[in-house]
Design a protein around this ligand. Structure first.
Ligand SMILES: Nc1ncnc2c1ncn2[C@@H]1O[C@H](COP(=O)(O)OP(=O)(O)OP(=O)(O)O)[C@@H](O)[C@H]1O
Length: 605
């Protein structure tokens, strides 16, 4: 995945980013239709009120001038005063109502987008997670998902400002078109300046994302419970803080350079705007002195100049703020547009129950996307119902990759994987997953209760507490739970209050229970016992052997004591199947298996 901001052509990027606006507006609309409608209605009222207030003020001023000149007070004078006060009070109240509706909408937007980001992240291929560019984008999308109050306020403000500007500009144009021209000429340069810096700010943030991700990582490693032991014992504190400091300084320098240039250029352009404003003001004074306007009209026009100028300026700066937000939202929209390639067929087949012929890898080759090393080469393997296979091989030979392919976390680069003679891609993905229970070596330790940690193994089907207990018994997790103060309701992990940490082996037993709860047709355990002590391992496997009777099981282990219980042992090397058979057959063959077995046995002598 390539991701780039074209720094050489900022305008084109900015304008093309505005193409995101319909998508953003749609997301806003979907996150709260009623709130959006109310917000729009209130804004139209608020935008027209200042015009009405200024008009009434002009009448009041004229009436007062008449009284000063010795005429009688107009009969409706006090009604005008009351009307102006009423309009101002309404303005204040409606403005508050708008703030309220904006904050409601921002809340809904954050919630809606966060859920969509989570859903989309879950849909995407595993490959995407291995791409650092994707991570940067996900990170930006996450940030963009939250705290969009400013964007919502800007959009609303833009609407108000446009209506108010149009109303006052029309009045000014009616008095003299020069007034509008003077104001527009004054405001334009600062708009261009604002937009330009908004883009530079975005490009800077974009460039800084990788460094900021690294900083987050360093901060997390240096301050985490997991990192604490090694950081202390290897004396890594200074190593990490120096690295962090270096990145932070680099970011600080870039920020300061941009802010400084914005200060100088923005200041100068602001002066031009002020001159435009006062040019129009002086023009009105001059015309009034020459008898063109009465005092009420003078008052109204000066208010109109002030309102039109400040609103026009704000229209530009709000619009450039929105263009800036639209640029930021590029990542969110691009993230939502990403499509997974491992897809479930729309009219896919349900997974067979029971599986009749089993799985077959037929000339499967696989290269991880974005790399050029072929991890599996013309790999062939069958797994029949009722069979328990152990996959063994040295580190990095492709054992876990086999598991990722049979579970369709990835699709083969070449060749096919068949289930009952039909390509895996023909089945409904979710249904296929429902029939496979898998625990990876890097299984999740959910910081939830023990019950939930086991229960996540079967969230899509109802289960009873007794099912949890049975699964826990099978995996020996019941012995772990028995020691917990709150039993199955004990919070695990130390992140949340009342949580207790478990040892690696204890976590492993809990994770195994999850696989047993699933009642799957194929059970896959990828180094399931690495953290278990010898006695636990023996017990786990005696049970495993019993429990998987008649089921398919795929087992990956480096321990030969475990491997021996399999019906068939498959030896992987260099991405190929090089030996297979039961323990005795492979020992007799005196190949790689026999030598690996001999090495491990020798280390125990
Ligand atoms: N996500 C990935 N992207 C790119 N390469 C990968 C990825 N995962 C694994 N590999 C590479 O594929 C090869 C096989 O990895 P795999 O995890 O299947 O090995 P393994 O036999 O299970 O190893 P181990 O015994 O250490 O668990 C390794 O060389 C590894 O570097």
């Amino acid at each position: 995945m390539k991701d780039r901001v074209n720094a050489a052509n900022p305008w084109r990027d900015r304008i093309s980013a505005l193409r995101n606006m319909p998508a953003v507006l749609r997301i806003l609309w979907e996150s709260g239709r009623a709130v959006v409608t109310w917000g729009l209605f209130l804004r139209v009222i608020v935008a027209t009120l200042p015009f009405g207030i200024a008009k009434i003020a002009a009448y009041i001023l004229n009436d007062i001038a008449e009284v000063i000149r010795g005429h009688a007070l107009a009969p409706n004078f006090w009604k005008l005063v009351i009307a102006e006060v009423a309009l101002n009070v309404s303005l204040g109240l409606i403005t508050r109502a708008i703030d309220y509706s904006d904050s409601l909408l921002a809340n809904r937007y954050t919630q809606y987008v966060s859920v969509r980001v989570m859903e989309q992240a879950a849909r995407l291929d595993l490959t995407t997670y291995e791409d650092p560019v994707f991570y940067d984008r996900l990170e930006r999308a996450r940030v963009q998902a939250t705290d969009r109050l400013a964007m919502i306020q800007q959009l609303g403000r833009l609407l108000t400002q446009i209506i108010t500007t149009l109303a006052f500009s029309a009045a000014l144009a009616f008095a003299s078109p020069w007034l509008v021209l003077l104001l527009a000429l004054g405001v334009l340069p600062s708009f261009l300046g604002e937009t330009h810096y908004a883009f530079l700010g975005y490009a800077k943030n974009f460039r800084q994302t990788p460094a900021k991700r690294q900083m987050d990582y360093l901060r997390q490693v240096a301050g985490s419970r997991e990192g604490a032991k090694e950081v202390k014992l290897f004396g890594l504190n200074k190593f990490f803080t120096d690295r962090f400091q270096k990145l932070a300084n680099q970011i600080y320098l870039e920020d300061v350079t941009l802010s400084r240039s914005k200060l100088i250029v923005g200041g100068l352009l602001g002066v031009i705007g002020t001159l435009g404003y006062y040019g129009a003001y002086v023009y009105v004074i001059w015309r009034t002195l020459h008898g063109a306007y009465n005092i009420g009209q003078f008052g109204f026009l000066t208010t109109a100049i002030q309102q039109a100028s400040s609103n026009l300026q704000q229209v530009f700066s709000t619009a450039s703020g929105i263009a800036d937000q639209a640029l930021f939202l590029t990542d969110l929209i691009a993230f939502f547009d990403m499509k997974p390639t491992v897809l479930s067929k729309p009219d896919g087949l349900p997974a067979p129950v029971p599986i009749q012929r089993g799985f077959e890898f037929r000339n499967v080759s696989f290269t991880y996307p974005g790399t050029n090393r072929t991890v599996l080469k013309n790999f062939n393997l069958t797994l029949s119902p009722g069979e328990r296979i152990a996959l063994i091989g040295e580190n990095g030979q492709g054992k876990t990759t086999v598991v990722k392919l049979i579970t369709r976390l990835y699709d083969p680069t070449e060749g096919q994987i068949l289930l009952d003679g039909i390509d895996l891609r023909e089945y409904v993905l979710e249904d296929l997953h429902r029939h496979i229970g898998v625990i990876f070596q890097d299984f999740m330790r959910f910081e939830m209760t023990a019950r939930e940690n086991i229960g996540v193994g079967r969230v899509d089907q109802p289960y009873e507490d007794s099912d949890i207990e049975v699964a826990a018994h099978k995996s020996l997790a019941d012995t772990v739970v028995a020691k917990l103060a709150d039993g199955y309701d004990q919070m695990l992990g130390r992140r949340f209050e009342g949580g207790v940490e478990l040892s690696g082996g204890e976590w492993q037993k809990i994770a195994l229970a999850r696989a047993y709860l699933r009642d799957a047709q194929l059970l896959i355990l990828d180094e399931p016992t690495a953290a278990l002590d010898a006695r636990s391992e023996l017990e786990v496997f005696e049970r495993f052997a019993e429990l998987t009777q008649g089921k398919m099981a795929l087992l990956i282990s480096h321990r030969f004591s475990t491997v021996r219980m399999a019906d068939r042992i498959v030896v992987l090397s260099g991405g190929r199947l090089i030996e297979e058979g039961n323990h005795q057959q492979l020992i007799d063959k005196n190949g790689l298996y026999a030598s690996m077995f001999e090495m491990q046995a020798a280390s125990y002598r």
